[in-house]
Design a protein around this ligand. Sequence first.
Ligand code: GUN
Length: 300
Amino acid sequence: MSAHIIDGKAAAARVLQQIRHDVENLKAEGIEPALAVILVGNDAASEVYVRNKILRAEEAGIRSLEHRLPADSSQARLLALIAELNADNTVNGILLQLPLPAHLEENRVLQAIDPGKDVDGFHSENVGGLSQGRNVLTPCTPSGCLHLLEETCGDLSGKHAVVIGRSNIVGKPMAALLLQAHCSVTVVHSRSTDARALCQLADIVVAAVGRPRLIDASWLKRGAVVIDVGINRIEDHGRSRLVGDVDFDSASEVAAAITPVPGGVGPMTIAFLMKNTVTAARQQAHAQRSQSEAVCLSTC
Ligand code: GUN
């Protein structure tokens, strides 16, 4: 069997097309969505991610503001910038590019972002809201994976999904989103006693472990749908190239559908960042409107 290749680039383009349309409608109501991106230091991969996020925002009609701080910036300096952006009513979304330099406390700084502007969905208010099934901003990569799965499989109810990896950015929120979509969910990780055997039971596999080509055909049930979140740079015959956590050629022989790397999940992450920014802008505008109506009712 040769698997259907899930085209993340095309799916992201469709999502972005809808976002452009939503942004135009918001602008007609006098709302201009804006995203602030903070980069501390000059990690090469982060530079590329931030550049792509800003480019996609501009293409979608979203105003973007780039804030660059030197690698040796103090935590107080970073917290002051976040406080400034939280208070700025013209900024709807705040994205702090990770990883941060080692001297900064990632969790402490992420908690300082206003949950309503937390377009990464990393604030504990949003993490808790997701696990309770509340309507909150959810992490972009897992949201993009869920979109690809729903486009590929339709209704996910009752399917057995195995998530490989338990990171806060992908594995845990992915499991919560799949549960919300009525899947039976298993999370396997480095301490699982037989990750491969558990994975062999899955209708859906989401691989997010950061181990190049770990998952091959022997991990998969025939007909499984495979989403590969991994982006690993390897040396191959003296050349550097990107591969996923899944051995694409081997897995394609047994999977029904599979995402490639690159061109699978990657473009969806940015598309869902834009979607979260538009959602945040809409929610903030509604909240401001209700607040002014309440003030008017109490004073008029
Ligand atoms: N670094 C790698 N992935 C991400 C992400 O999804 N969000 C942020 N803020 N930083 C990242």
